[in-house]
Design a protein around this ligand. Structure first.
Ligand SMILES: [Zn+2]
Length: 400
């Protein structure tokens, strides 16, 4: 299970309420797998068929392979949901699939079970498909069913490979997550466990890249079979990808640890300026947004907090209507997720902003509003604190 930054994709449906998204890169690998199966694998395994039949079977097998990947991810999701870890979406992309968990698992045990659920599904599917292939082979089924036997062997082998590959103990692969769960349970330090298992991910990334490179070199020099060039290329690419994601994970762990150790009260902008709900938008712009320079304000009505209004909320309304509409018409009405206690951690605040799609929270202390915490104030702090620890400026951490 990889971490994956979002990109272009199409949602093809929902399972357990989770959107299933196909990334553009998936189309490339789908075409590549179909082509390999139709032109090389199937003609060798199942001789004497017509070209179009190979292509049709190749396409079907490629679809079933991706269904296998989807089932692997759904295995993770099923356990994650039982532990109340929300899943943003499942993405299928060039290197397989990823389930985006919206927060970290609550305990090492939960993390371990979520991590191994995927490989367990893959091993189960692999055993079932191989079993089907073996039984068919032994029973000497009718030759017209031989195609199904070949498919059983193919799907069985690939599912076992998916299960085994994901057990490599380097974060963010499933094995690396299981490793983190173990380190976490042992050291009681989630962040140190994340950093260590990400270092293992870096190491396996380098190892796979070298292995892939050697395969390509060996095949290029005719020391190995020529077909190993493609295998080597895939292994090297996966190695590089693992290295890059593990590096990102390690950096994220540093950021998250930094934010977990600072409280909201240390980063709050002590602005208790609020906008009256009955004010026209025109007056709010002239009297609050322009002079104070903030891009959002709490909205009050008779000393009661009733919502929050931001520049984006104003922009949704044509300017010609600004003198005629009141702040209450465009504000986001109050909800519990708009507020955070001054004593909460900045990490908690950031996660709350992510879940509620807000870029500021109203900070309360002893029942009183003491100011606003903005996303940019959190970034600023992170940039100051992590300077020198990373070569570039800080990118917004993802919600797990
Ligand atoms: Zn997985």
């Amino acid at each position: 299970m990889f971490q994956f930054t979002s990109g272009q994709g199409w949602q093809i449906g929902r399972i357990f309420g989770i959107p299933i998204v196909i990334h553009v890169s998936w189309l490339l690998v789908f075409a590549f797998v179909t082509w390999t199966l139709a032109t090389a694998y199937l003609p060798a395994a199942l001789p004497g068929q017509s070209g179009p039949r190979y292509w049709a079977m190749g396409g079907m097998a490629a679809l079933l392979l991706f269904l296998s990947v989807l089932l692997h991810e759904l295995g993770h999701c099923w356990v994650a949901l039982r532990y109340h870890v929300p899943i943003g979406q499942i993405t299928l992309f060039v290197f397989g699939g990823v389930a985006h968990m919206k927060k970290e698992p609550p305990t090492p045990k939960a993390e371990f079970l979520i991590a191994i659920a995927g490989p367990i599904v893959s091993f189960g599917l692999g055993a079932a498909c191989l079993g089907f292939g073996i039984v068919n082979d032994l029973a000497g089924l009718r030759p017209d069913l031989h195609g199904l036997t070949v498919l059983g062997w193919l799907l069985g082998t690939v599912n076992l490979q998916i299960g085994l590959f994901n057990l490599i103990p380097g974060f963010p692969l499933d094995g690396g997550r299981a490793l983190r769960a173990g380190l976490w349970a042992w050291s009681k330090d989630f962040y140190a466990a994340t950093r260590r298992s990400a270092v293992a991910g870096l190491a396996f990334g380098v190892l796979l890249s070298c292995l892939g490179g050697s395969l390509m070199l060996g095949a290029g020099l005719h020391l190995l079979e020529a077909s190993l060039i493609t295998t080597g290329m895939w292994v090297a690419m996966i190695g590089l990808f693992l290295f890059a994601t593990a590096k990102g994970t390690r950096q994220q762990a540093v950021f998250r640890e930094t934010l977990a150790r600072v409280t909201v009260s240390e980063l709050v902008t002590p602005s208790v300026i609020s906008v009256p709900a009955a004010l026209t938008i025109e007056s709010a712009v002239k009297g609050y947004f322009l002079p104070h320079g903030f891009s959002g304000f709490p909205v009050m009505e008779q000393d009661r907090l009733v919502g929050m209004v931001t520049v984006q909320d104003l922009q949704r309304l044509p300017q010609t209507l600004w003198p005629w509409r009141e702040v209450r018409n465009v504000m986001r009405p109050w909800s519990a997720e708009m507020e955070i206690a001054a004593g909460a951690s900045a990490l908690h605040a950031l996660e709350q902003m992510g879940m509620a799609s807000l870029d500021r929270l109203i900070v309360r202390q002893d029942g009183r509003i003491v100011g606003v915490l903005t996303r940019s104030a959190v970034w600023r702090y992170l940039n100051l604190r992590t300077q020198g620890r990373s070569s570039s400026t800080v990118d917004p951490p993802q919600a797990a």
